[in-house]
Design a protein around this ligand. Structure first.
Ligand SMILES: NC(=O)c1ccc[n+]([C@@H]2O[C@H](COP(=O)([O-])OP(=O)(O)OC[C@H]3O[C@@H](n4cnc5c(N)ncnc54)[C@H](O)[C@@H]3O)[C@@H](O)[C@H]2O)c1
Ligand SMILES: [Zn+2]
Length: 368
């Protein structure tokens, strides 16, 4: 039996997140979408397509009117309006109309791009998320944010648009590179820190199973992560308050990501940002030194970095102040009040961030 979560908006159920091992239950889940009279376009990319497109197509072939596949080059470089345009053209050429359906098969890039196309093609057609990276399974496929980069600016163009179903097959993580997998773990750890002490302890105690990709442990951490994101998003669909907590580790993390070299993945930068935010929380006497060290130890347990000496301090600080999540000139920094409980804090100033960045640069958090 697959695990299931239901996402609601204003009390109304809007879609399910189904977590299974493989694609065995996908057909059953699709039944309620009544595909007999609907065309389906599977949108995927050049890395994920060759691995999973056949298995997914086979399920749709049995139930949909027509199945088409649109493949774009893998990577963030494709998350732009040119790819959206090519996809619009593909849909027009294949006579897709309002009742037809898009399927996002891939990581966060595929999900964001497909979701945005679905939100805008003919003023909105249905779409289903089949996320295949850990980051997409625990973060980007849930919450309804879709969009693309524009002229080098990340996620500049987008829409809030909900899928009809999110179907997760944990087995797909077996083909993900170790670096990508661990990067996704950065977001998983984040959920423990901001919302769920018990989950934090689980991550401390089950690191070995998770690192071995034991299917049951993976299903569990994905379920808890999705459920936490679901709860936060449900409380704040349009990102006005509570949802900001998901930004834990991201204020410094994003800025580092922008200026540190291509070799650092998002979750790795978030890991450093979380270590920095833990340090700031400690310096502000919100948490003890032991709690700060527990967080840093957990990050290290999952082979994520807390040290990066190639940081251009001034550029990083400047970037945090130009972040779109500012309010009245103050940064909405997310601090930890205790493990499992984060809050927005508008009193964090540039000196405190600078000190945190020094810790990250030296990889030492106990000497200041
Ligand atoms: N919408 C949101 O709320 C939200 C939240 C967080 C991140 N994002 C976006 O998500 C994107 C990052 O997501 P990502 O890390 O999944 O990027 P991605 O889609 O580029 O996937 C990462 C890499 O893993 C490969 N891959 C994916 N699944 C695989 C599998 N099962 N086996 C082998 N290789 C696989 C991809 O080809 C790619 O090379 C960014 O564009 C980011 O802005 C969106
Ligand atoms: Zn993130």
């Amino acid at each position: 039996m697959a695990d299931r979560l239901n996402v609601r908006e204003g009390g109304q159920p809007i879609y399910d997140i189904v977590i299974g091992k493989d694609f065995e239950n996908l057909g059953e889940e699709l039944k309620k979408l009544e595909l007999q009279e609907r065309r389906v376009c599977i949108v995927t990319e050049t890395t994920v397509g060759p691995l999973y497109e056949k298995a997914v197509s086979a399920v749709f072939e049995k139930m949909a009117k027509e199945v088409h596949v649109f493949t774009f080059p893998a990577g963030e470089g494709s998350k732009n309006l040119d790819t959206v345009k090519n996809l619009y053209l593909f849909l027009i050429e294949h006579h897709f109309d309002r009742k037809d359906l898009l399927i996002a098969l891939g990581g966060g890039v595929t999900g964001d791009l497909t979701g945005y196309t679905a939100a805008t093609y003919l003023r909105g057609i249905d779409f289903v998320q089949i996320p295949t990276s850990l980051l997409a399974q625990v973060d980007s496929s849930v919450g309804g944010k879709t969009g693309v980069d524009f002229d080098g600016y990340k996620n500049m163009v987008g829409a809030f648009y909900q899928p009809k179903l999110v179907y997760i097959a944990t087995d797909t993580l077996k083909t993900l590179t170790e670096k990508e997998f661990l990067s996704g773990m950065g977001e998983v750890i984040k959920y423990g820190i901001i919302k769920d002490e018990e989950f934090f302890c689980y991550l401390e105690n089950h690191a070995e199973d998770i690192m071995k990709k034991d299917p049951e442990s993976l299903a569990y951490i994905i379920k808890v992560s999705c459920d936490t994101k679901r709860k936060v998003v449900e409380a704040d669909f349009k990102e006005q308050g509570e949802r900001a907590l998901l930004n834990f580790g991201h204020t410094l993390g994003h800025a580092i990501e922008k200026y540190v070299y291509e070799d650092r993945l998002h979750g790795e930068c978030v890991a450093m940002g979380m270590a920095g935010a833990a340090y700031i929380s400690f310096k502000k006497h919100y948490i003890s030194r032991e709690e700060m060290n527990r967080m840093i130890d957990l990050i290290l347990r999952y082979q994520l970095p807390v040290k990066e000496n190639r940081i251009d301090m001034d550029k990083v600080i400047q970037t945090t102040y130009s972040d779109k999540k500012m309010e009245a000139g103050k940064i909405k920094f997310i601090v930890v009040k205790k493990i499992g409980h984060a809050e927005i804090d508008k009193s964090v100033d540039w000196m405190e961030m600078k000190q945190a960045l020094w810790c990250i640069m030296e990889g030492k958090y106990n000497e200041r």
